[in-house]
Structures are given as structure tokens and as C-alpha cells.
Design a protein around this ligand. Structure first.
Ligand code: NAP
Length: 260
């Protein structure tokens, strides 16, 4: 049986490159997407030689219209691709008032717009086929405004909500959607975001992170938080949210909003 092809964004290094390694070893052909062609070519050659799979590369800056349109077209047209790993993303250093408008725009474009556009490009084909998977890389920062990364965290809250919504919409049609929420993981992300003082030795190893995320993937878990040892805390949090849902729509205001 031929295994489906996996398209991975942000595959030139870090979490994306590790996903590429793992899916190659599982026997999947790959399409690797990032901006750095030389790194993509080197990884593609290595994985093709070691795992004997076919690896295509697609050089793209996902914040540029022409580039993301080309990736969307590949996802729409290449019927062999049945797994999308929506991994490309970037941190954003500094405080809100110090971040430039251009840096904020670029971070939101990469971490949210690109994620939803690529999911949107592949979803109709997967639904028609009644199979396939979309994996979106969020972050625990999206659950923790206390960390002081307001824009980055907001983009990751978007990724979580999008994933949960798509899981409800697409799941009954045979498409699995997973949100993976890493905590601090030892990759280039920290240096790229200008957080050069970050101590990578205190962070989860990227291999450990991706292997745990793939355990969640194989179990068809909706939300995977590899560093959270007490899984029941997430369940309690999600149960509290679900308990509110049927209570939101009311004709009358809550007592606490009675005018004085
Ligand atoms: P990383 O090591 O910095 O890798 C980011 C990847 O995205 C690279 O392959 C990079 O390749 C690509 N990329 C960056 N900007 C791009 C653009 N404009 N267009 C296309 N590709 C682009 O980061 P990582 O730690 O592996 O992060 C992967 C995902 O996990 C991100 O969504 C991140 O937010 C999330 N995450 C990471 C951590 C952490 O602590 N590391 C924690 C929580 C969540 P090129 O430079 O070649 O384009």
C-alpha cells in the first residue's frame, strides 16, 4: 500500500525538519516548504538517500502572495498529498509598543494567514476523499497571556481555535485535525526572534517534542501538549469551557450586570 505524501511547511530546520525525518522513516514521500533552498535541498538529498523516499522541495516565503499561492496550488492539485503539517512559524521578540508594524504584520501573516490558507487549500480535496490529516503547530503561549508575548500568543490562540473548529467540521467527514502545542523547544526560533539570551539547554529537545506529537497523531488526539504531564488539567480546562457553551445565548443579562 502506498503511503500518502506529506507536505511540511518550515521544513528546513527545527520542528519541521524533524517531522520530515520521522515521516520519511515511516516511508512517506515528502514535499518540503521553506525559504532556504540550499537547506531544503540538503535535507531532501539526505532523507531520500537514508529512507529511500521521494522528496520534493518548494521554496516559498509564506508571507508573499505569489509564493503562498504556489503552495496552495500544490495542495489543491497533488492528490498524493494527504497530510499537511502546518508548521512554519516565527516568534516575535520585544514588547508590543517596541515591535514594528511590519514585524507584527509579518508575524500574523506567517503564523495565522498562511496556516488557514493552506488548510483551506487542501481541505476540500481531503473531504471529497474522506481521508487525510491536517496538523497545526500552535504553542502553549496561546494559552498563557502571562508569558508577555501578546502578538505571538494571539496567533497561536488562533491556531488552537482553528484546529478545534476544523476538527468538529472535518472530523465527521474523515479528516483528522490535530493542534500540537509545544512549550519552549530547543530550535533556532529563539535566536531568530531576537531572544538570543534564551538558554536552549533548559528546553525540550526537538526530537522528544516531535516523537511525542506523533504519539498524539497516531492516537488521533485533537490537542497534543507534549510537556503537560498532568493531561487531566487540559481535560478539566476544556470541560469548563464546554460547560459555558450552552449558557452563552440568553434573553436576559446576568444578575451581576444589573445597573446600580
Ligand atoms: P525554527 O527552528 O525557527 O524553524 C522555523 C521554520 O519555518 C524554518 O524551517 C523556516 O525556514 C520556516 N520559516 C520561517 N519563516 C518562514 C516564511 N516566511 N515562509 C516560509 N517558511 C518560513 O522554529 P521551530 O521552533 O521549529 O518552530 C516551528 C513551529 O513550532 C512554529 O510554528 C513555532 O511557532 C512553533 N513552536 C515552537 C516552539 C519553540 O520553542 N521552538 C514552541 C512552541 C511552538 P526558512 O528560514 O528556510 O524559511
Amino acid at each position: 500500500m502506498t503511503r500518502p505524501t506529506v507536505l511540511i511547511t518550515g521544513a528546513s530546520t527545527g520542528i519541521g525538519a524533524t517531522y520530515a525525518d520521522r515521516f520519511a522513516r515511516r516511508g512517506h514521500d515528502l514535499v518540503l516548504v521553506a525559504r532556504d533552498t540550499a537547506r531544503l535541498e540538503a535535507l531532501a538529498a539526505q532523507l531520500a538517500a537514508e529512507a529511500g523516499v521521494a522528496v520534493d522541495i518548494l521554496t516559498a516565503d509564506l508571507t508573499r502572495e505569489a509564493d503562498i499561492a504556489a503552495v496552495e496550488a500544490r495542495l489543491r492539485d497533488d492528490a498524493k498529498i494527504e497530510i499537511l503539517i502546518n508548521n512554519a512559524g516565527a516568534g516575535l521578540g520585544g514588547s508590543f509598543v517596541d515591535q514594528s508594524a511590519e514585524a507584527v504584520r509579518g508575524n500574523v501573516a506567517l503564523n495565522t494567514t498562511a496556516v488557514v490558507r493552506l488548510a483551506h487549500a487542501i481541505a476540500p480535496r481531503l473531504v471529497a476523499a474522506g481521508t487525510g490529516s491536517i496538523v497545526n503547530l500552535g504553542s502553549v503561549v496561546g494559552l498563557a497571556p502571562e508569558f508577555g508575548m501578546s502578538v505571538y500568543g494571539a496567533t497561536k490562540a488562533f491556531v488552537l481555535f482553528l484546529s478545534q473548529g476544523l476538527a468538529l467540521e472535518l472530523g465527521p467527514k474523515g479528516v483528522y485535525v490535530q493542534a500540537v502545542l509545544p512549550a519552549a523547544t530547543g530550535t533556532e526560533l529563539w535566536g531568530r526572534a531576537g531572544m538570543v539570551g534564551a538558554d536552549l539547554s533548559g528546553m525540550m529537545d526537538v526530537n522528544e517534542l516531535v516523537d511525542a506529537a506523533l504519539v498524539g497523531f497516531d492516537r488521533r488526539e485533537g490537542v497534543t501538549i507534549p510537556t503537560l504531564h498532568e493531561g487531566e488539567l487540559w481535560d478539566a480546562f476544556d470541560d469548563a469551557r464546554k460547560a459555558m457553551v450552552p449558557r452563552f445565548a440568553q434573553l436576559l443579562r446576568a444578575d451581576r450586570y444589573a445597573a446600580a
